[in-house]
Write a protein that binds this ligand. Structure first.
Ligand SMILES: *Cc1c(COP(=O)(O)O)cnc(C)c1O
Length: 373
């Protein structure tokens, strides 16, 4: 007996959804193009690798892999709460922070509710809301930055969530403390502000870049998302966390998968949290290379957005897809931005000095091959 797939009709709000396009894996590019020494600057990963402490903890944990993880990730929650100055009931753990984005949409959006999302914001916001109920209200950016006053004006009686990535991926741009303060003053009381701070550790040296947990500690309707995927170098283990009021955390815990974070991820995250040296080296390298790469690109006449993340968004003044393909053929993986409606832009992650140099020389070669559009 065969299932009649044609009779399994998708609900209307799932028609035509786009899927998340991740950066291409190194092994796949090497296999497909017959290349070696491929450089990946496409997923904002830590070029220094995982914390050595995390790797040591993992080796010891392998013998216990027959056991289920601690479902609530009790110790990781407690240690994060302590570091952040909140209660353990104010931290939820996700299978990456993208898991938490999805859990927020499923916890707080009923069929009739909507969410406010910026155009040019991290694509997952729009995608999870569209998959949930199709009611993502998109607000244009202003100067390639979340336009918070316009987003506040877009909120109505049925709005439950308002997403802001600070700094935003893929633009790297950010909103200042006073702007977020003003947004909180204008939001209707039933709206929860989701502040995605995946790049917080790279950004916090900037004077008026705000730490969103400040509003959580004050009891404002804010939930902050952070991750072990970026500065901590643990993207492969999928650990992210949310910081918010106990009622919000309770809602996420009620609907999450019982074992949404795995035992290796929990252990590695706890070890990485204690590794201040790895964190410091990563931020130092990234901030200095980010400045150097931005200057090098601008000296070539390219427009580069100011960024507080571990990546840069640049306008290559040619088809971004074409430049992406040609860089790929030279063994350099970056991210084209067609999905974000930036057809002539590329996003490049900050790598090791030699990786950034590889990217620059490959880019010089490719830009010389194609005339500006
Ligand atoms: C990378 C990123 C994430 C994090 O992803 P994980 O699921 O934790 O790996 C979340 N938000 C933004 C804006 C990001 O760029």
């Amino acid at each position: 007996m065969s299932i009649e797939i044609s009779r399994l009709q998708k609900p209307i709000h799932l028609e035509g959804l786009d899927r998340y396009e991740p950066g291409k894996p190194v092994a796949e590019v090497e296999r497909e193009l017959g290349l070696r020494d491929v450089v990946k600057l496409a997923s904002n990963e830590n070029p220094l690798g995982p914390s050595p402490r995390a790797m040591a903890a993992l080796r010891e944990a392998l013998a216990d892999l027959h056991r289920y993880p601690d479902g609530p990730a009790t110790l990781l929650r407690r240690e994060l709460a302590q570091q952040l100055g909140v209660g353990p009931d104010q931290v939820a753990i996700g299978n990456g922070s993208t898991d938490l984005i999805d859990l927020l949409a499923r916890s707080f959006l009923g069929p009739e509710h909507n969410a406010i999302v910026s155009e040019g914001a991290f694509a997952r916001f729009r995608q999870v809301v569209m998959a949930r109920n199709g009611r993502a209200h998109l607000v244009p950016m202003r100067a390639m930055t979340h336009d918070l006053p316009a987003m506040a004006r877009a909120a109505d009686q049925r709005t439950r969530l308002l997403f802001v990535a600070n700094p935003n991926n893929p633009t790297g741009t950010w909103n200042r403390r006073a702007e977020i303060e003003a947004l909180l003053g204008e939001l209707p009381p039933q709206v929860l502000l989701v502040l995605d701070e995946a790049y917080h550790e790279f950004a916090r040296e900037e004077a008026d870049y705000p730490d969103g947990t400040l509003w959580v500690r004050r009891g404002a309707p804010v939930v902050v998302l952070r991750t072990f995927s970026k500065v901590y170098g643990l993207a492969g283990l999928r650990v992210g966390y949310a910081i918010g009021a106990p009622e919000i955390i309770e809602a996420l815990d009620t609907i999450r998968e019982p074992f949404n974070s795995n035992s290796l991820g929990q252990l590695a995250a706890r070890a990485a949290l204690t590794d201040r040296e790895h964190l410091r080296r990563t931020v130092e390298l990234t901030v200095s290379e980010r400045g150097a790469l931005a200057s090098a690109l601008r000296s070539r006449g390219l427009r580069v957005l100011p960024s507080l993340g571990n990546f840069l968004l640049m306008d290559v003044e040619r088809s971004g897809a074409e430049v992406f393909r040609r860089l790929l053929a030279l063994g350099v993986i970056v991210r084209p931005m067609g999905a974000y409606q930036f057809p002539t832009a590329l996003r490049v992650s900050i790598g090791l000095p030699q990786e950034n140099a590889r990217f620059l020389s490959a880019l010089d070669q490719v830009l010389a091959e194609i005339p500006p559009a």
